[in-house]
Write a new protein. Structure first.
Length: 361
């Protein structure tokens, strides 16, 4: 019967698997890493909070697609929490961690990845349901969308907890991986292949959907007299989703390939030398997503800009209200009667002179 090592600290497993924890990462180098990591994490928290607030605030975003987009932003926000926890529990600190704390560190990262991945899958289904009827938004009810969001997080939490539930090498040291010293190599192979296969499936599905939308749009353009911008709206939404998917695949695929090589016990691949760079690349995905939302969706950008603008102007008004109580510092032109079918807000002014107009993507 194999002996189990639940009571050991991580230095025991790092030594057994010859895993390098980079003990020299102290002093100025560690401070620089923490400063850059803190900056990116703060950006993740603020930008993704703005995306979620924009979906809640703007009634034109009260549709299944945008609810799921807000949930994707929530997954990125959660990823920021996971990275903060990782920053203060990595390097030389790794060897001092208990088994449970190390499981928590990795479980948070796995949960954030799974939440984003499953969310993109659900968005793919939502887009498929919509465009097959050539509609901008699907007919999913709020109850069904709520159920889907709860299911996404339930699956993500379960997948993040799988190693803790038993698929680990605490009772079989010979099966331990190098990058994740208490993860079984068989689990890393399963985890990596599963995610890479889902990546491939989603890329194929989105390409097929995009080709279908383009073909149908070209056919309809010659037989209908409807707004050109309205016919292009499904294409614009698909471009946003495909950009998000492309960024996700580019940022996460290298790390998953490294995990797969580790699971296959590749001793010549030099995976220890690149693991931190690929982890940083994965972090950049959560930084890029809110930028993609605002750049590819003009109304999203407009809503976020008005929230920032009006918030800063409201603070200025509070400071000067005792001197100029009748001055209106922030004014928005009502656009409710000028709805543009493709969702672009035009003619909105908030704190005029502080922000310029954003060009169409």
């Amino acid at each position: 019967m194999n002996e189990c090592y639940y009571d050991k600290r991580m230095d025991f497993f790092y030594n057994k698997t010859n895993t390098d924890t980079v003990d020299e990462w102290t002093g100025p180098k560690l401070i620089v890493v923490l400063c850059f990591g803190t900056f990116f994490c703060l950006f993740i928290f603020i930008s993704n909070s703005l995306v979620i607030a924009a979906v809640v605030k703007n009634k034109r975003f009260h549709f299944p697609f945008y609810y799921l987009l807000a949930n994707l932003a929530a997954a990125d926000f959660f990823a920021g929490i996971a990275y903060v926890f990782l920053m203060f529990n990595t390097g030389p600190v790794s060897k001092t961690l208990t088994v449970n704390r190390w499981f928590l560190r990795q479980g948070l990262l796995d949960t954030s990845l799974t939440a984003s991945l499953v969310n993109l899958l659900v968005i793919a289904v939502e887009r498929y349901m919509s465009i097959m009827r050539m509609k901008i938004h699907s007919n999913l009810t709020k109850k069904r969308v709520t159920f889907l969001i709860i299911s996404i997080w339930a699956i993500a939490i379960f997948m993040g907890a799988v190693p803790t539930l038993g698929w680990n090498c605490l009772c079989d040291i010979t099966a331990c991986s190098s990058l994740a010293p208490i993860y079984s190599r068989s689990y890393l192979v399963f985890w990596s292949i599963l995610n890479l296969v889902v990546f491939f499936i989603m890329v194929v599905v989105y390409i097929r959907i995009y080709m279908y939308v383009q073909r149908k749009t070209n056919v309809l353009s010659s037989h209908t007299s409807g707004s050109i911008s309205r016919r292009r709206t499904p294409v614009k939404l698909m471009k946003t989703v495909m950009t998000l998917l492309g960024a996700f695949v580019v940022c996460w695929t290298p790390g998953l390939v490294v995990l797969l090589l580790d699971g296959l016990n590749c001793t010549y691949c030099g995976i220890q030398n690149v693991k931190r760079w690929f982890l940083l690349l994965a972090l950049m995905n959560s930084v890029m997503n809110p930028i993609i939302y605002s750049y590819k969706d003009d109304e999203m950008w407009g809503t976020m800009k008005r929230m920032i603008c009006c918030s800063s102007e409201d603070k200025s008004q509070d400071r000067r209200s005792s001197r100029i109580p009748s001055t209106v510092l922030c004014r928005s032109t009502d656009t409710s009667g000028h709805y543009i079918e493709d969702g672009i807000i035009q003619g909105t002014t908030c704190g005029k002179g502080h922000f310029g107009d954003k060009g169409n993507s």
